[in-house]
Design a protein around this ligand. Structure first.
Ligand SMILES: Nc1nc2c(ncn2[C@@H]2O[C@H](COP(=O)(O)OP(=O)(O)O)[C@@H](O)[C@H]2O)c(=O)[nH]1
Ligand SMILES: [Mg+2]
Length: 325
């Protein structure tokens, strides 16, 4: 496969080329990794940028329904929309969060939409890298907005926030008056909290939930990357489509402000450093998984267990003799 011509096709917006390139970045084969690196480097120099929106929420809050409605609204405004996912559970369940295409029926048929489920991987780190590279490919293909969906489990929100320009937390109206057990760390990452299902019988509860979160957001430490009034909580209904245009207006206002004030570029640079660090760490860990390293670990483990060598001494021997440190 010729990376230059594949790259040119992606830049021209060829969807099949984009899909092929994503398959390439998802591959673990060493020759594919090398080709992917070459392709990404070529495309990076063009410097196209999309607005990357991370979207998180527990199962059932309406992520798929929201993406369908919000994505269709953006397309009606003449924008091109890509949807990707980071789903650490996909390896276990066999299906991805985007698997349920019935809720994205209209969007999946749109010429200006591109939907790609999460790669199945055992490690969140593996999913993260591949999704991040897929985001870059979608940007190069000229998508205006890239939505990255994730479920609220473990570290996946952090990983998605590190590849997004905006982080949106989707909530459902709460019955009680407590804050739905949203962890403080997640709240602190959010740029926008959207209380979905603000329709019908659920509307009064949605209003209460929205004002609870408005209050909770005010209590958080002010962040340098926010203009006045952000982060904020708003109500939407993915079913009725209400609040979606307003949510997009707010997102654009935030993006514009961050661009004008240097926060956009600074954040992207910080993210590049974060991923550089992650790549190095993962590559180091991968060295422990080669057959030779495993055999050396096993042999040293036996000696540690038998009391022939101290743990620290064994570790030093492993690092110096077997990992080329
Ligand atoms: N009343 C109401 N129900 C909604 C809304 N959005 C989603 N739902 C319902 O909530 C359930 C879960 O939606 P889904 O999009 O699959 O949630 P996900 O698991 O977060 O992707 C479905 O039964 C939807 O029909 C909304 O705006 N209003
Ligand atoms: Mg879903």
């Amino acid at each position: 496969m010729d990376m230059e011509s594949l790259g040119d096709k992606i830049l021209a917006g060829d969807r099949r080329a984009l899909a092929r390139a994503i398959t390439l970045v998802e591959s673990a084969r060493a020759d594919h990794r090398a080709q992917a690196a070459q392709l990404l480097d070529h495309l990076r120099r063009i410097g196209r940028q999309a607005v990357r929106i991370g979207l998180s929420g527990t199962p059932g809050v309406g992520k798929s329904t929201f993406i369908e409605a919000f994505g269709m609204m953006l397309i009606d405004q003449g924008l091109r929309v890509a949807v990707l996912a980071v789903d650490p559970s996909s390896a276990r369940s066999g299906g991805s969060i985007l698997g349920d295409k019935t809720r994205m029926e209209r969007l999946s048929r749109e010429r200006n939409a591109f939907i790609r489920p999460s790669p199945s991987q055992t490690h969140l780190g593996g999913v993260a890298r591949r999704t991040r590279e897929a985001v870059s490919l979608c940007e190069a293909a000229g998508f205006d907005v890239v939505l990255i969906e994730t479920v609220g489990v473990g570290q996946s929100e952090t990983v998605v926030a590190e590849m997004s320009d905006l982080f949106v937390l989707l909530l459902a109206p709460a019955g009680g008056d407590e804050l739905q057990g949203v962890k403080r760390g997640i709240m602190e990452m959010a740029d926008l909290i959207l209380v979905n299902k603000a329709d019908g019988d659920l509307k009064p509860a949605a209003m209460r939930t929205c004002s609870d979160y408005t209050g909770a957001l005010r209590l958080l430490r002010k962040r340098p990357q926010d203009p006045d009034g952000f982060p904020r909580a708003m109500m939407v209904s993915a079913h009725e489509g209400s609040g979606l245009a307003e949510a997009w207006t707010q997102m654009q206002a935030l993006v514009d402000w961050r661009r004008e004030n240097g926060h956009w570029d600074r954040r992207r640079a910080e993210q590049a450093l974060y991923w550089f660090d992650q790549e190095v760490r993962q590559a180091l860990l991968a060295r422990l998984e080669t057959p030779r390293a495993r055999a050396a670990m096993a042999a040293l483990s036996d000696r540690v267990a038998a009391g022939e060598i101290a743990p620290a001494g064994a570790a030093a021997e492993m690092l110096e003799k077997h990992l080329g440190g």
